[in-house]
Design a protein around this ligand. Structure first.
Ligand code: UD1
Ligand code: CA
Length: 473
């Protein structure tokens, strides 16, 4: 976005967030799968400002590390003592210069704000050449917020905090959202006039508006009509309320792009997830991280998918899948666990109560029931019989199992690696395979069966005699 005048953004985030009852800085509490400040920073970044500053304070090292890891262009400014929002903004005086034109102030605990709304606030200030444009909202219950006091012309005369307001002022429902765009000169020429002569003994940024009024500098209110956008987070109840709205936005964006979500209320999708159209998400599904789901998949019910790529036409039902690449037209579940490093080709089936870890599974191969496959490399057209296991761990290290194309593994086979099963081989059920099996061979590795003629009859007779003796019948 481009504005007529240059723009600097400052995000206030130094407060402890007492009501979170947490050792984590408030703005680092997660909404969906990102710290709440992520959303504000992402929207702020769309404005193409010259600088973005974040005021840090309580546990500032943790927040500064998050910022340098994720938003390296952002400049943190440490506020040692949280002496109020006015004091926080005054710290920028050390950075500001005559070239600065507009300064947009935001808070880090208001993650639903949209860049278009922020842009309107900036444009409002710049077009009217106002000292400040204050973003406001009209709330049914304005309790706790600063109230907007206007003069006859409709300009903002001052802002009064709840704790300093008269009962008349408390009845005003138009509130300060803590989003403002200032003329840089007006801001920094007047910020030092703010004092802490109020109920909380803090330097209130809101007091600068009255300072402007005294000097005939004009402030305008910009009413934000969508109350959701300005919801602030002060406690964990508000955190969950905001998370719900954010989830609704993510789900609705996906639905608008052609994804069916059967029950949006029980579908939890992360902000970095990408899905193609004509995929269906069934209820109680969690899809998080950098997951990509291509066209025509059916996911859920009860799918948990983290950092995966799922190719076209795959079905996943009641499964937990982490860090895996799942090929086209796979059929996964129910009750399946697929762990990091797994890569499947097309038409693979991994069925009920199977676990697959760090394995490559070739096309048309099946692991249908109750099996564990770990550290394996499987070719195509392989059938793994029920309850078969790759015994990859010998107590010291993980060993690899390699299975060639067209192999049939009978049920309840233990493959003890390192072991190589040649192409086209067949393993008899119940085998414990400790040595390589050559191509097209049949391997039997179980004790030989013995059938004793009339053995069952003789056994029962013996038992009856024994019973009678013991019970003295
Ligand atoms: C503030 C406004 C109030 C407005 C409300 C909207 C003031 C005095 N009041 O009140 O008019 O209706 O927001 O939510 O500004 N912070 C710092 N350093 C400090 C103090 C605060 O960085 O020294 C940060 C906090 O971390 C927070 C933001 O500024 O992100 C707002 O501070 P907070 O104490 O929550 O102000 P409110 O009482 O909510
Ligand atoms: Ca607040």
């Amino acid at each position: 976005m481009k504005f007529d005048k240059n723009l600097t953004i400052v995000i206030l985030a130094a407060g402890k967030g007492k009501r979170m009852v947490s050792s984590t800085p408030k703005v680092l509490h997660n909404i969906i799968d990102k710290p709440m400040i992520y959303y504000t920073l992402k929207e702020a970044a769309k404005l193409d400002a010259d600088n973005i500053f974040v005021i840090t304070g309580h546990n500032h090292e943790i927040l500064e590390k998050y910022l340098s890891d994720n938003f390296p262009e952002v400049i943190p400014v440490y506020q040692e003592k949280q002496m109020g929002t006015g004091h926080a903004v005054s710290l920028l005086k050390n950075f500001s210069n005559k070239k600065w034109e507009s300064v947009l102030v935001l808070t880090g605990d208001c993650p639903l704000i949209k860049s278009e709304t922020l842009a309107s606030v900036v444009t409002c200030q710049q077009d009217g050449n106002y000292a400040a444009c204050v973003a406001t909202a009209i709330l049914d219950n304005p309790y706790g917020y600063g109230r907007i006091i206007k003069n006859q012309d409709g300009q903002v005369k001052k802002i009064v905090e709840e704790s300093d307001a008269t009962s008349d002022e408390k009845s005003i429902r138009e509130i300060n959202t803590s989003i403002y765009c200032f003329d840089s000169n007006a801001l920094f020429d007047n910020i030092s006039f703010i004092n802490s002569d109020n109920f909380q003994k803090e330097y209130y940024l809101t007091d600068i508006i009255e300072e402007f009024t005294k000097k005939n500098l004009k402030s305008l209110a910009f009413l934000i009509s969508d109350g959701d956008e300005v919801l602030g987070i002060n406690d964990r109840i508000q955190l969950s309320a905001v998370e719900k709205i954010m989830q609704k936005r993510i789900n609705e964006n996906l639905m608008a792009s052609g994804v069916t979500i059967t029950d949006p209320n029980s579908t939890f999708i992360g902000s970095d997830v990408f899905m193609e159209n004509d995929t269906i998400i069934e209820p109680f599904s969690f899809i998080k991280g950098k997951t990509v789901i291509k066209k025509g998949c059916t996911i859920g019910p009860f799918a948990q998918i983290f950092d995966c790529e799922i190719d076209v036409g795959t079905t996943i039902n009641s499964a937990v899948i982490k860090n895996a690449l799942i090929g086209k037209n796979n059929n996964i579940g129910p009750y399946t666990y697929i762990r990091p490093g797994t890569v499947t080709s097309e038409n693979v089936k991994i069925g009920g109560f199977c676990e697959v870890k760090k394995s490559i599974i070739g096309s048309n191969s099946k692991i249908p029931h109750l099996s564990y496959i770990g550290d394996a490399e499987m070719g195509s057209n392989i059938n793994i019989g029920a309850s078969s296991v790759t015994c990859n761990y010998d107590g010291y290290r993980k060993n690899k199992t390699v299975i060639g194309d067209d192999v049939f593994i009978g049920s309840d086979t233990m493959l003890v690696p390192p072991v190589h099963i040649g192409k086209g081989a067949l393993i008899a059920a119940g085998s414990v395979i400790t040595e390589d099996v050559p191509e097209n061979s049949m391997a039997l590795a179980r004790s030989k069966q013995v059938n004793l003629p009339d053995g069952a009859v003789k056994y029962r007779k013996k038992k009856e005699v024994q019973n009678k003796k013991e019970l003295k019948i």
